[in-house]
Design a protein around this ligand. Structure first.
Ligand code: NAD
Length: 447
């Protein structure tokens, strides 16, 4: 232990990062920028090659930063775990999706842990960062590492520390891996202390908790909190639609209360790999304890209705202009799952487009950050279909029967878009400022 503690104290520890995606790469570069040598491992040869050529595929990580680390020999990526024998601290940042029945898919964590077990040596510390249900570190990762015969808390150290990164920093301007507080819980107290000491090199605030399960549940509380509050505001949006009340104005008014209120906003659905996924990890695990997480299920149900409501509003808007959704041409603006990012995984645009296609509409899209987008291959739309991406021109806007804003990227000129669109459906209130000048604008949640 003192060997690892010394390396942490004198900043000579070598950092390994397994899974160089939206979470792993910013973490690797964050430690690289403060002077550590990084060994990255990812199964994608394309990603490994790109990084070793000094180029980044994550918008929040500038290529110049990767290039500098590669050129100064402080970062090298591999597909082979064997190189991780040199690492003192290894972060696991692999995906935790769910399967078709919304059960947790821990195969990536299992595979990464089994591969680490092959190279595990005394004095190494493993920190799991992937979001997962309480118990994963001790019930899934630890048994695989223990097969080496090494003893946790003595020979090697194991902790869970959730990642709180917000790609694109949409709701967290100014926060990154270096200034967002970390929570950490180790399998033993020594594990917690060592992991916290190491994380404190990156970020000044590290909060110790008594077990990995507390740290795992902490992350799920954070994301469930968002999911439930978004669902609340989405439900009130459905109500205000019936009542003819502008929900956006209601939220602006409520926001003036300086305490006891935090604004959440409605939209065409929740997307990405956190809010629509993580709460299910908790509800799945809860069933093992004969417990049903009603809030989580209810929030998922309400949020899951929003793409259907969105399509209904588009159909009503077309109807008012004497058109039917069948054969209408809908131009979707924004398919990323949130503003100013390129990540379109689990995007609400997916279900909205599937429902539009199923109803007989023709759909094209434009997204400044997403070059290609496919939907289908499921019960909603059997065939997988690539949606045609078209340039954002006045002619293309005018040619669409309805232009539908699904993601509110900040680089688009919405007033110009409104001028050229026959019907502009706005699910994000980006036209709230000027919509009174344009009778062709229909806003979600507003009369
Ligand atoms: N993206 C976010 O905003 C965010 C925020 C907080 C937490 N998380 C959590 O962090 C974890 C990672 O998410 P992400 O968005 O970075 O995923 P990602 O898909 O962007 O990156 C994961 C990487 O892991 C690699 N990989 C898969 N299996 C591997 C294996 N066995 N060995 C080595 N590499 C492997 C993939 O090739 C990929 O590059 C998930 O649990 C996610 O829920 C994500």
């Amino acid at each position: 232990m003192s060997h690892l503690a010394n390396k942490i104290a004198d900043q000579t520890a070598v950092v390994g990062v397994v899974g160089l995606g939206y979470v792993g790469l910013p973490l690797a570069v964050g430690f690289g920028k403060i002077g550590y040598c990084i060994i990255g491992v990812d199964l994608s040869i394309d990603k490994v090659n790109q990084l070793n050529n000094g180029s980044s595929y994550i918008p929040d990580v500038p290529s110049a930063e990767v290039k500098e680390l590669v050129e100064t020999e402080r970062f090298k990526a591999y597909t082979d775990y064997a190189y991780l024998t040199q690492a003192d601290v290894i972060f696991i940042c692999v995906p935790t999706p769910f399967d078709a029945q919304k059960a947790p898919d821990l195969s990536y964590i299992r595979a990464a842990s089994a591969s680490i077990a092959q190279i595990l040596r005394p004095n190494q510390m493993i920190i799991l960062q992937s979001t997962t249900f309480p118990g994963t570190t001790e019930e899934v990762v630890l048994p695989l590492l223990k097969q080496t015969g090494l003893v946790v808390g003595q020979d090697f150290f194991l902790a869970f520390s959730p990642e709180r990164i917000d790609p694109g920093q949409v709701s967290s301007p100014g926060f990154d891996v270096q200034n967002t507080p970390k929570v950490v819980g180790g399998v033993t107290k020594t594990c917690t202390d060592l992991a916290a000491a190491f994380l404190a090199k990156l970020t000044p605030q590290v909060f110790h908790v008594s077990s990995p399960a507390v740290a795992e549940m902490c992350k799920l509380l954070e994301n469930t909190f968002r999911s439930v509050n978004i669902a609340l505001v989405n439900e009130l949006t459905l109500l205000s639609d019936r009542m003819g009340v502008d929900i956006w104005e209601v939220i602006e008014a409520a926001k003036t209360k300086p305490f006891g209120f935090m604004p959440f906003y409605p939209g065409p659905g929740v997307g990405g790999h956190c809010i629509p996924v993580d709460p299910y990890y908790l509800s799945w695990k809860a069933r093992e304890f004969d417990f049903y997480t009603k809030f989580i299920e209810l929030a998922a149900e309400v949020n899951g209705e929003m793409p259907y409501f969105t399509v209904e509003k588009i159909a009503q808007a077309l109807n008012r202009h004497g058109k039917t959704i069948n054969k209408a041409h809908i131009l979707i603006l924004g398919v990323a799952f949130k503003r100013d990012i390129d990540d379109a995984r689990n995007s609400p645009a997916e279900r909205v487009i599937e429902l539009l296609l199923k109803a007989g509409a023709g759909v094209t899209f434009y997204d400044p950050h997403v070059p290609s987008f496919k939907v289908g291959g499921n019960v909603f739309l059997k065939e997988e279909t690539y949606i045609k991406r078209i340039p954002l021109t006045a002619e293309n806007l005018a040619a669409a029967d309805c232009v539908a804003i699904i993601t509110d990227h900040s680089s688009l000129d919405y007033e110009w878009i409104a001028q050229h669109s026959r019907i502009l459906f706005d699910s994000k209130n980006v036209t709230g400022r000027f919509n009174h000048n344009h009778p062709n604008i229909v806003r979600l949640g507003a009369p």
